[in-house]
Design a protein around this ligand. Structure first.
Ligand SMILES: NC(=O)c1ccc[n+]([C@@H]2O[C@H](COP(=O)([O-])OP(=O)(O)OC[C@H]3O[C@@H](n4cnc5c(N)ncnc54)[C@H](OP(=O)(O)O)[C@@H]3O)[C@@H](O)[C@H]2O)c1
Length: 324
């Protein structure tokens, strides 16, 4: 019997249930995929808690890898037996098998293992657009990267070094600091006990950083504004500590005419050609060993509640996946 995680009301990890499900045949434009590994992303907790809306009851999960088991009418991009991976809607990746649109799939090169793919489709493509699309980053630039030992954090740190950037990373513990340094962070700030704006000014000769990559949100955004250089960019791409409260745009003028954006991966991979380009660059770096995907937590689907508690409790580093 196939299994899938579903939730009938929003709330804490306890609302998720692993259920037996029927997985039917694919319709036109669809495939049936048998999952091998499934990604656990912070975004999954936003859907579960209700921060991101989903019509209930709902499945969960936006990233997985596996093998094509059946193809529906009109599908020419993949064949039965192909190794594939995906990230994006519709929800439902937390499952042993599913039917889904063929258009979301990327074929996996043999050099990329299923587990690696499940650990990097969302975090890696996010890193890809953050490094290659959002700002014309160039060698010699400095970035401030919050949650530097997290899934996105470890990938961005390594990618930033490939581009010749200086990376100031924030973390919550000594162990995470060590990991972040090993992946390319030049400087570490402990954001729980240090003033981020002040430390960053001191590290940059009073100038501030070119770009802040802030996935923590509520607790860090004010410090991010204080850390950015004149006419630099603050990217709020996640809300691990909660949403950034509303603020007066005049604040941007008072922080050196800073730019602010709140991007979503979906808008950077909506165009299939751009998605292929971003994925190609990521896969190249991973296949040739320039970027390592650190999968530091492996779970069974039955352990889904513990997995969410670990992620939200800041007990994880790097990427987390479910192995089937
Ligand atoms: N917009 C997009 O396109 C996009 C796409 C993918 C991911 N994201 C975002 O990127 C971020 C990273 O995702 P990820 O899956 O790789 O997660 P992650 O970074 O591995 O985990 C989140 C980390 O945030 C830090 N954190 C700070 N305050 C926290 C708090 N109050 N509660 C929980 N964690 C807190 C923790 O690191 P410390 O212990 O070191 O503080 C924690 O390990 C998430 O915010 C996610 O939503 C955005």
């Amino acid at each position: 019997m196939n299994k899938a995680v579903r939730f009938y009301e929003t709330g804490g990890p306890e609302v998720m249930r692993l259920e037996d499900v029927e997985v039917g045949d694919p319709g036109p434009g669809e495939v049936r995929i048998r999952h091998v590994a499934v990604g656990l992303n912070f975004a999954d907790t936003y859907f579960r808690s209700g921060l991101y809306p989903a019509p209930l009851p709902a499945g969960l999960g936006v990233e997985a890898s596996g093998v094509i088991e059946a193809v529906g009418e009109g599908v020419a991009s993949v064949e039965v037996g192909d190794r594939v991976a995906y990230t994006g809607s519709p929800l439902g990746a937390y499952s042993t098998a599913r039917v889904m649109p063929a258009g979301s799939l990327v074929k996996l090169p043999d050099s990329i293992a299923f587990e690696t793919a499940a650990g990097m489709m969302m975090r890696g493509l996010t890193s890809s657009y953050l490094m290659r699309r959002i700002w014309p980053l160039k060698a010699g630039d400095t970035i401030l990267l919050h949650a530097a030992a997290g899934g996105v954090g470890l990938i961005v740190s390594q990618w930033a070094k490939l581009l010749g950037l200086t990376v100031i990373g924030t973390v919550s513990s000594e162990a995470k600091a060590e990991l972040a340094r090993a992946h390319g962070c030049d400087h570490i700030v402990f954001y729980g006990r240090e003033d981020v704006g002040e430390r960053v000014r001191a590290l940059t000769g009073g100038v501030g950083v070119d770009v802040v990559l802030d996935s923590v949100g509520k607790d860090t955004f004010a410090g991010s504004l204080r850390a950015v250089r004149r006419r630099g960019l603050v990217v709020n791409f996640g809300t691990a500590s909660g949403s950034v409260p509303p603020f007066d745009l005049l604040q941007l003028a008072m922080h050196g005419s800073a730019y602010v954006t709140r991007p979503a991966l979906a808008d950077y991979i909506a165009d299939p050609a751009e998605r292929a380009e971003l994925a190609g660059e990521l896969f190249g770096h991973v296949a040739e060993g320039r970027i390592r995907i650190e999968i530091n937590q492996h779970y069974a689907l039955a352990d889904v509640q513990r997995a969410h508690r670990d992620l939200e409790g800041r007990r994880t580093t790097g990427s987390s996946i479910f192995v089937l």
